[in-house]
Design a protein around this ligand. Structure first.
Ligand code: MCU
Length: 401
């Protein structure tokens, strides 16, 4: 017994030592031989060694990001070589006009900001960037920006591929999905706010939100842009805060949910190459619990609706339960919330969830660090499909040091 303990300890020591070496040289892969019906383990590096420290997680997140980019999202381009910004304000309304170019064609987009009344905090107003206006109640004391993400990258149907401002700049053949294009636009908005103090926004206190397809987009932006403090996807469903494998399981058990095979035929939210994997989900070295986990340790609260079967309610609960282990491992479980109820239409906000939402705003945008954000619940209405975590989550959650 003692001998095996000793071996285990020395294995742990060797792993920790090699993890240290990996941190200095974090190997990124864009493809990985993989075959797993269950949810992939976020805490195992591509080379099979364990994630043991918070620095390890930084490297692991970079690995996951590269894999998601390669398999389903497409390439996120760097900032443009030039970004011109003009800000105008009239009363409670502001317009932030951005012109981006890489030396060739330029694009201009001009999101509007609605400012709260009263005196701005010394660091500037917190801000929620709302994809297509969003549909959650935003409390007093927070500015809102209306982001016309569908102009950045269209999302009508498959004919939207390569259509929108982003593709005018990067070319219609850019691999970036519409959601990656939207995230690129959010990053430019934050660049512009950073270089425009007159806009009066506190760029340390920015949230993103959107519902349904735009909720998928808000989640992706939160995953790709580390300056977003709080990510709030609402009813993002399949392709958002749900896992591909779990949605397929739900469908195989008789629920009419959206799956990966459907989504790639419906719209351009994913890169063209994702179609190569939708019939072989076991080959994906990630699932969306790992997309969501790219946000950790920053704050994520997602909301789902069990009345809309298409959203794949079991998948959302299972996927976010799996993602939650990453926030737990990082010692900040309450930076990740989830609430799933019924009794309302798609994208209609149920008042019962306002206290949960407000707690996240208070803590992460309104400088009230002592507010509790311990909210993680479902009504469990999964259309008679059973969630059994042991069938899907084979890892134990480490305490990263
Ligand atoms: C939940 O998001 C999408 C869903 O993925 C699509 O299949 C459906 O057509 O539209 C939903 C949506 O965006 O509704 C507003």
């Amino acid at each position: 017994m003692r001998f095996s303990t000793l071996i285990q300890l020395s294995v742990a020591f060797i792993s920790a030592a090699s993890a240290g070496a990996r941190r200095a040289d974090c190997p990124i892969a864009t493809s990985l031989p993989f075959d797993d019906d269950e949810l992939p383990d976020p805490f195992t590096f591509n080379d099979g060694t364990p994630v043991l420290t918070t620095d390890d997680w930084t490297c692991r997140a970079a690995q996951i990001n590269a894999l998601i980019s390669s398999y389903e999202a497409g390439a996120l381009p760097p900032p443009p070589s030039s970004l011109g910004v003009a800000f105008t304000r009239s009363g409670s309304s502001g317009t932030l006009s951005l012109t981006a170019s890489n030396g060739g064609p330029s694009i201009t987009f001009a999101p509007t900001i609605t400012f709260p009344s009263g005196t701005a905090p010394a660091a500037g107003w917190p801000l929620v960037i709302t994809f297509e206006g969003g549909s959650i109640p935003i409390p007093a004391g927070i500015a809102t920006m209306n982001y016309a993400n569908s102009a950045m990258a269209a999302q009508t149907d498959l004919s939207s591929r390569g259509v929108g401002l982003f593709y005018n700049l990067f070319g219609a053949n850019a691999t970036a999905s519409s959601m990656v294009a939207w995230a690129w636009g959010v990053s430019r908005i934050i660049d512009a706010l950073e270089q425009t103090p007159a806009a009066g926004i506190n760029t340390q206190r920015i949230a993103v939100t959107g519902c349904s397809r735009d909720g998928k987009g808000a989640l992706t932006a939160g995953a790709l842009e580390p300056r977003i403090a709080l990510t709030i996807p609402q009813e993002s469903g399949s392709g958002g805060d749900t896992c591909w494998r779990l949605s397929l399981f739900e469908q195989n058990n008789g629920a009419d949910v959206q799956t990966a095979t459907e989504i790639v035929q419906e719209n351009v939210w994913f890169a063209p190459g994702f179609a190569n994997f939708v019939n072989n989900l076991s080959a994906l070295p990630f699932d969306h619990h790992m997309l969501a986990a790219l946000i950790a340790p920053r704050a994520l609260v997602s909301f789902e609706n069990t009345d809309v079967v298409w959203l794949s309610p079991l998948s959302a609960w299972g996927c976010m339960s799996a993602a939650h282990t990453v926030w737990a491992a990082l010692g900040v479980p309450d930076n990740h919330g989830f609430a799933q109820v019924g009794g309302h239409e798609h994208c209609q906000w149920p008042a019962s969830l306002t206290p949960t939402l407000d707690a996240f705003f208070d803590k992460f945008l309104l400088d009230q660090p002592n507010v509790s954000t311990e909210f993680f619940s479902t009504n469990g209405a999964f259309n008679n499909v059973t969630w059994n975590p042991a069938d899907w989550i084979s890892w134990t959650t480490p305490q990263l040091t």
